[in-house]
Design a protein around this ligand. Sequence first.
Ligand SMILES: *Cc1c(COP(=O)(O)O)cnc(C)c1O
Length: 393
Amino acid sequence: MNSVNSVTAPAAADTAPAGAVRARAEIDLGAVRDNVRTLRARAPRAELMAVVKSDGYGHGAVPCARAAREAGASWIGTATPEEAFALRAAGDRGRLMCWVWTPGGPWREAIEAGIDVSASARWALDEITEAARASGRTARVHLKADTGLGRGGCQPADWADLVAAARAAEAEGALKVTGIWSHFACADEPGHPSIAAQLDAFREALAAVARAGLDPEVRHHANSPATLTLPESHFDLVRPGVSVYGLSPSPEIGAAAELGLRPAMTLSASLALVKRVPGGHGVSYGHTYTTPGETTLALVPVGYGDGIPRHASGAGPVLVAGKWRTVAGRVAMDQFVVDLGGDTAAAGDEAVLFGPGDRGEPTAEDWARAAGTIGYEIVTRVSHRVPRVYVGA
Ligand SMILES: *Cc1c(COP(=O)(O)O)cnc(C)c1O
């Protein structure tokens, strides 16, 4: 069992020996708490659901959910039911919602664990109603409208039918419609015309719910960029994810520091080897880099098996011996190389791949640019081979 990634913060810190680790992802839970407080101040009239799907975007769902609760998150959100069950098993007793369901899913277990579930279609509502009848408990259900994202959610043409079925099941006592919700397509592009169109569609969906006689507890539509930039989208509850971990949802919204956010993860490794090589020496698979002259190479013992994107070959930035270096040649499964030029370093010296940036290190956003992706993916893909070390618990 990989206890480092699955248990409480102090135990995880215990299992990762200080100092001599190959690689470590240090998670600052104080930053998570501060970010949640910052986000709550941006949406002062709404409750906050901290989204901890995919193991808390790679930061560890259990310790991050706990930190978010401490800072006032009254809800926690996950994608899958299994992620929600793991939080219950770790002792989380608060409001908890999950939304990625497939037919035959563990509805009854979720209902009995007091987890709020989501329905985008009649098949889901019918399975929920059946499971609630079987368990004798009242299911808590959020009906999801597709207000324009074109991914999950119920299309406007099918909404009245879904709402009517929910109303009937509620009258029978099988379920309570606790939420009405939807999700943005382009909230990270302020002013995009789809934003206003989605809000209009959401208000229409809410009006249909009211006409049917349903009175949900919470109406919610806002992810991180909407929480930060769009007060009219806050309704009763906001659902930030990436910003809880201190990353900006997009450069267009602003840099993390400008938004009052602090990145919680610092990814570092110990140099495994430092050596002099002659000029004209090929480096790593495919020899896509050749030393321009006699130089010093340093071996950083992390690779795509640790979640370092191979797309960042020849491009990813690393702080070594006080300067930014660039990945020389290809990222391999377990290691990559940086060229230190005329500088020196020793095996065991620290290489910082990314962090908050205030020690001069690159950020996850810098890696995202180097790899042609988004900061979300950089932190989320850091694999379970990298021990998480928690500070600020
Ligand atoms: C991931 C997710 C969020 C959080 O999105 P961020 O952009 O990370 O804030 C909110 N709601 C749903 C449905 C999601 O899937």
